[in-house]
Design a protein. Structure first.
Length: 261
């Protein structure tokens, strides 16, 4: 990048940071505020966007536009990232989004600790700092962070009102969820809980991804978890790439706010 010109800034965004004592690490919080935030007094749903280092630019632009011709409200976007280079991002996300029992080659991974940091540190910081509607939290993840969405759903099902999981490492999710779904099965709260799971049709070329996706979906359908509404989509002609990222965000939000104005 040339030093002669300043970087392009995203409008209506704020760069915040929070030090997690649970993980002994600083996280970057990239915040995108709705158009009406400064002129209103009401609270807004919040989209907690994992893998913010690569997806925040996309989300900060798409989320305001998803509202058109749909019932999706204005939403605060909170991207959770690392302030590190691309190689470090790839390493740190595997630590935060996985655990040794499902990913043996990363023995120091700690999804449990990241979930605790999200619940005890990051979300309280956001809700203390912004007019955030605690009843309308949405979690977005894709690939490894999509798996973390499944992990969070199993272990803290009522932390979010909706879970958007694109191509959520289905070979891992289809094994993990059925053996760790006690909290989902015994859920007493009857508030609606939306779970949106997507995958690209071309991800089946390795003969494993699509079958495990169908296995995961079949498990949800068989268990019929209390209060849970499952929405699934296969994107024709898409593989494990940018198309799936954007479609999961767009289609996930529209399906979680389904009543058209």
């Amino acid at each position: 990048m040339s030093d002669a010109f300043p970087p392009v800034c995203l409008r209506r965004t704020e760069d915040r940071s929070i030090f997690s004592r649970l993980l002994n690490r600083e996280y970057q919080l990239a915040i995108a505020l709705p158009w009406s935030y400064a002129s209103s007094q009401h609270s807004y749903p919040v989209l907690y966007l994992l893998d913010s280092d690569v997806y925040f630019g996309m989300a900060s632009d798409l989320v305001p536009n998803v509202r058109y011709h749909s019932s999706v409200p204005e939403i605060i976007v909170v991207g959770i990232g690392y302030k590190d280079d691309y190689e470090q991002w790839g390493r740190l996300r595997e630590l935060d989004f996985k655990m040794p029992e499902v990913q043996p080659d990363t023995p120091d991974s700690h999804a449990d600790r990241f979930l605790a940091a999200l619940q005890q540190e990051i979300i309280p910081f956001v809700e203390d700092s912004y007019r955030a509607d605690a009843r309308q939290r949405i979690l977005y993840g894709y690939s490894s962070s999509g798996f973390f969405c499944m992990y969070a759903l199993a272990n803290a099902p009522d932390l979010f009102r909706a879970y958007l999981a694109g191509s959520p490492d289905t070979d891992l999710s289809a094994v993990y969820l059925p053996t760790h779904d006690q909290k989902l099965s015994s859920r007493q709260v009857q508030d609606p809980l939306d779970v949106y799971i997507s995958i690209g049709s071309l991800e089946g070329e390795d003969q494993s991804t699509l079958p495990t996706y169908h296995q995961l979906v079949a498990h949800f359908q068989a268990k019929n978890y209390p209060g849970l509404r499952l929405i699934t989509e296969i994107y024709e002609g898409e593989n494990h790439s940018a198309g799936g990222n954007a479609l999961t965000l767009i289609r996930g939000l529209r399906n979680c706010f389904p009543t058209v104005k």
